[in-house]
Design a protein around this ligand. Sequence first.
Ligand code: MLT
Length: 411
Amino acid sequence: MAYINENFLKLKAGYLFPEIARRVKAFTEANPDAAARLIRCGIGDVTEALPEAVRYAMHDAVDEMGDRATFKGYGPEQGYDFLREAVAEHDFKARGLQVEADEIFISDGSKCDTGNILDIFGPGNRIAITDPVYPVYVDTNVMAGNTGEADDSGAYDGLVYLKCTAENGFVPEIPSEPVDLVYLCYPNNPTGATATRAQLEAWVAYARENKAVILYDAAYEAFIQDPAVPRSIFEIEGARDCAIEFRSFSKNGGFTGVRCAYVVIPKTLMGRKKDGSPHPLHPLWSRRHSTKFNGASYIVQKGAAALYTDEGKSQVKELVDHYMGNAALLVQACQDAGLSVFGGVNAPYVWVACPAGLTSWQMFDKMLNEANVVITPGSGFGSAGEGYFRISAFNSRANVEEVCRRIAALV
Ligand code: MLT
């Protein structure tokens, strides 16, 4: 008999984005004429072509692989030095932050990293997540057996939910109880909010006091426009002793289909053994990587390294400017329609309060059926997301302008 991991049976619905895709498929099959008009602003998937610098670098890497003299088999599981060094130099040292190349672990994506990180933490941790939240943090904890069952609102027993509301600017208050692991994501998915330096300082102080670890997802860092907004948790003094940071090339480099990301685990960061004694997390993650991962492909890592060249940086800026231009248009259109709008200024997501009386899924249906626009219902990110919807700014300019016209006509 092969026993299953029954924790999977606790998962409430399908993963949010496949569920949206399923509903959209049903709609387009039933309404083939509307299908041609459909504009997808649901999942935050990039639409613009890969930067030229990346393409050239990947072409060269393919040619290297085609020549016996430069061919490469397995690479280092933690990533090639050329990429780890480029990341350390450009993302951290150039900004005065102390992160060494060997504290950077290259991977095939932040979704995988934020899920896989649980491998190095034991059972019994009190885990705090924000609400609304990127659903991967919750579901992977459910799968790992770190929760009980969900209640009717979808909240899992055993998780500490930190409410993010318009009143607190979608940055949660420090919990009154001690927790061991805290997931923070800024710029935030789904609300588009950012955390100030003072707010992150308070979180770092709390984590240090409670010997907690902050899992800081900075996948949208490249979209920050305001120089006062911290781009990395490591800008906060003391964070090297209490934080892991996740970064991704998916959205800034157009890598959602290419796959490359990285995790920073400072060598000074400690977890605790059962007896409370400290143990470094860096060697655990390194061991996990070596055992369960054979590294991102050489070709992909060469492409990612090209993002740090002068040409690569200016092409990334063009992409970010394009998507943030879209975000500005969407914010304006929603405001003009009299809706309350958040985000979209330092993040590619626009978070909008539903018109009075509509739930998130009702608004999803209205947008799909009447405007033929796919958005993401806020309640899919947690119960505190009810009454909101998210519009992704990842699209062509023409599509975004059309979405703006349709919002004006609809609301
Ligand atoms: C989103 O739409 O929330 C993201 O695209 C999901 C992801 O990055 O995995």
